[in-house]
Structure formats: structure tokens, C-alpha cells
Design a protein around this ligand. Structure first.
Ligand SMILES: Nc1nc2c(ncn2[C@@H]2O[C@H](COP(=O)(O)OP(=O)(O)OP(=O)(O)O)[C@@H](O)[C@H]2O)c(=O)[nH]1
Ligand SMILES: [Mg+2]
Length: 384
């Protein structure tokens, strides 16, 4: 299944029906008077946050959504039927922006929340409303009002409590797999994870929280290197970040440097997100090289104001302590921070991605698009 978390869509609510001009013509009733009914109201477009949805995929191919217009009024005092409201189901956690101004219209973060995003036009009044003592045969009626037309930009920001952060291959997906029923693809190469995964971690009765695993981040991600930074939006609602570092075979890297680079990229994406409470974990503690490097790493991180939590998702060592630390911070921060209220800048596509695209796709600057063959798993459906 494709995971789409950004779309542009135009919504057009139904136009109101026109009011009618008609006169009563019945036997034995001379000068029967006006009988043109009102036009019906145009249908609204209503956004509904539906938990069964985990992506904005449905909207990616719709681009334009129209609600039904109201019927015109008719003679014999008949009113036009109103247009039915059109419900657009979107995953909870979707922010809706005005695509032109960038203004945040609504953040649908509550399950089953509904919001009228485009109001249908009022029906016009028929001539039966315009009779006066001076004018008993008015030829006047009103046209229906047009339905509201809006260009929207939708950004899905997943609902999660804890966000995983780290370079590719540090073991983010292995961690989420070890603490939840999420079964993301895990492999010994960078960018194994292409879409976010959610998992519910449990510390026992009623002590559950949702962890979000996102693709790895590398130096230059803010300029589009690797998979870029756009997936960071999926941890914007989290209350604590779990930043994982470890020793990497790449000689130019070190855990301390990786940490600084990633924090710099994080700040470029969103200062507020970089200031979130953070736990720093050192993964793969079952490996002797990592054990040997730990004392030095502890000193390095201490200088940066962090105590590290060593763990191994392979053996389970230290994992419970990490979950307890997460839970403590969650308890101290009961309210989920609001994600930022500005849309992401237009996508800075890599050349490879641009080359793969068809010309028709080129008009569409937004949207993360993962080919079915590249998707490592069902993404969010995995969550138990
Ligand atoms: N020895 C050991 N290897 C681990 C541990 N955790 C992860 N690995 C290995 O490290 C490699 C990368 O693990 P992933 O979980 O895919 O890493 P990731 O951070 O999700 O990587 P991306 O999705 O590419 O960003 C895999 O080969 C894992 O088996 C661990 O605790 N011990
Ligand atoms: Mg991964």
C-alpha cells in the first residue's frame, strides 16, 4: 500500500439552486399569484477523521472534489431538493491548510472529529416570496449562491507519543519491533525504512504508549539528502524523542558527530521539535566494539548535557529501562504539543526522483510517493 502524507486538493461545495418564477394557473382562480419555489441548498463538504484510514492516498488521485448542488425551485410552490453533504474521510492527525495563503484551517487530531470545510450555497428565493400589496405578480426570483471553493493542502502528521530519531542503520526499526507488535522491515543497509511505522509499546496494565519509527536522517537531509526531512513531521506531535546513536563502520562518522549533525538538521526543520524532551540511547550494546566505545561516548554526551541509556534490542538488555524513562517523561508532559501551524515548503526533490516521474506528475509538487514494490511492508497496518 502506498503511503501518502501530503496532498493538494480542491473542494467545491454545491451551488444553491435557483429560485423559480411561476404563477398559479388554475381553473376558477383568476390571478392566482406567484408560485415559484426556492432553490435547494448546495451540499457542504465535510472532513471526517476516520481511524480506519492511515494515509491520504484516496485523495491523491481525486484532486478535485465536488458536492452536489441544490435543485432549482419549481412552480406550484415546489422547493428544490437540497444537495447531499459530501463526507471526505481522512486519517486522524491531518492538518488542513489553505493552499494559497498557507493558513492553518483546522487540525483534525481527534477521532471522528468533523469539520465543514466548504459550505454549500444558499438556494435562491422563488417569486412567491416577493409578492407585495403593490406588486402581486412579481417576476423576480433569486439565483442560488455559489458553493464555497477552496484549495487545500493536507498534511498528515501521525498521532504518536514517542518519536524515534537516528541515522540509518542505528536500529530504530529493530527497537520498535522489540517493544511492540510492529513488524517493520529490518536490514543491514541504510534507508530500509521508507514509510513511518507505529507500534504500541506496553509496560503492563494500562501503561501503553505509541512509538513512531521514521526513516533515518543523514547530513544534508534539509537539502534533500537521503530521504530528506519531511518524515520528521510524523514526530511533531510526540512528547518525547528517542535519539539513537551507535558505532558505525563508516570511519568518518562517530556517534557524537552523528548526534550533532542530526540535531542540526532537526533544528533546520523545526526549532520547537529540536527542543522536545529527549532520551539518548546507545544501541547494539551486545557488540564488543560498542561496549568498548561506551565510556568515551558517555563523556561526549555528558558535555552535551545528556545521560545516555545503553541498550540492545537484540538481547533486550536495557530496553525496559528505556521504556520506563519514556513513560516518566510522558507522565510529566501529559499534553501533546501542537504541530507547527505552517505547511512544509514545496518538496525539494532529488534528481533521481525527478527523473523517475512522468511529466504529468511534474505539475504536482507535493506528496510523498513510494512505489508499491519499494514499500517494505504494509506500513501502518502492521500495528497491533
Ligand atoms: N547486534 C545488533 N544488531 C542490531 C541491533 N539492532 C539492530 N541491529 C542491526 O542493525 C541493522 C539495522 O537495523 P534497523 O533496525 O533496520 O535500523 P534502522 O535504524 O531502522 O535503519 P533505517 O530504517 O535504514 O533508518 C540490522 O542489520 C539489524 O539487525 C542490536 O541491538 N544488536
Ligand atoms: Mg528502519
Amino acid at each position: 500500500m502506498q503511503f501518502v502524507d501530503e496532498v493538494l486538493v480542491e473542494v467545491h461545495a454545491g451551488n444553491g439552486g435557483n429560485g423559480a418564477v411561476a404563477f398559479r394557473r388554475e381553473r376558477y382562480i383568476p390571478f392566482g399569484g406567484p408560485s415559484g419555489g426556492d432553490g435547494g441548498r448546495g451540499g457542504d463538504i465535510v472532513l471526517v477523521a476516520d481511524t480506519r484510514l492511515t494515509t491520504l492516498l484516496d485523495l491523491r488521485y481525486r484532486r478535485k472534489v465536488d458536492a452536489k448542488g441544490g435543485e432549482n425551485g419549481r412552480g406550484s410552490d415546489m422547493y428544490g431538493r437540497g444537495g447531499v453533504d459530501l463526507e471526505l474521510r481522512i486519517p486522524p492527525g491531518t492538518q488542513v491548510f489553505d493552499a494559497k495563503t498557507g493558513e492553518l484551517i483546522v487540525d483534525l487530531a481527534t477521532i471522528d472529529e468533523r469539520f465543514v470545510i466548504a459550505k454549500g450555497g444558499r438556494g435562491g428565493r422563488g417569486n412567491l416570496h416577493f409578492a407585495t400589496s403593490y406588486d402581486r405578480a412579481p417576476r423576480r426570483s433569486e439565483p442560488g449562491e455559489p458553493g464555497e471553493l477552496r484549495q487545500l493542502r493536507l498534511e498528515l502528521k501521525l498521532l504518536a507519543d514517542v518519536g524515534l530519531l537516528g541515522y540509518p542503520n542505528v536500529g530504530k526499526s529493530t527497537f520498535i519491533a522489540s517493544v511492540s507488535r510492529a513488524r517493520p522491515k529490518i536490514a543491514d543497509y541504510p534507508f530500509t525504512t521508507l514509510v513511518p511505522n507505529l507500534g504500541v509499546a506496553s509496560l503492563g496494565e494500562e501503561r501503553n504508549f505509541v512509538v513512531a519509527d521514521i526513516p533515518g536522517i543523514i547530513e544534508g537531509a534539509s537539502e534533500g539528502a537521503g530521504l530528506g526531512l519531511r518524515f520528521l513531521k510524523h514526530i511533531e506531535r510526540t512528547r518525547v524523542l528517542f535519539h539513537i546513536v551507535t558505532l558505525d563502520p563508516e570511519p568518518k562518522r562517530s556517534p557524537g558527530k552523528d548526534f550533532d549533525t542530526l540535531m542540526e538538521e532537526l533544528r533546520k526543520f523545526d526549532e520547537a521539535l529540536a527542543g522536545r524532551p529527549m532520551i539518548v540511547g546507545v544501541s547494539k550494546m551486545d557488540l564488543p566494539d560498542v561496549q568498548a566505545a561506551l565510556p568515551n561516548l558517555k563523556r561526549q554526551m555528558k558535555r552535551r548535557g545528556h545521560t545516555v541509556m545503553p541498550f540492545s534490542a537484540a538481547t533486550g538488555e536495557g530496553v525496559r529501562e528505556v521504556l520506563e524513562a519514556m513513560e516518566t517523561i510522558l507522565r510529566e508532559n501529559p499534553i501533546a504539543p501542537a504541530p507547527r501551524n505552517k505547511p512544509l515548503p514545496p518538496r525539494n526533490r532529488t534528481r533521481a526522483a525527478a527523473e523517475e516521474e512522468t511529466p504529468a506528475d511534474e505539475e504536482e509538487p507535493y506528496g510523498i510517493y513510494v512505489k508499491p514494490g519499494q514499500v517494505p511492508n504494509d506500513g501502518l497496518d502492521d500495528e497491533g
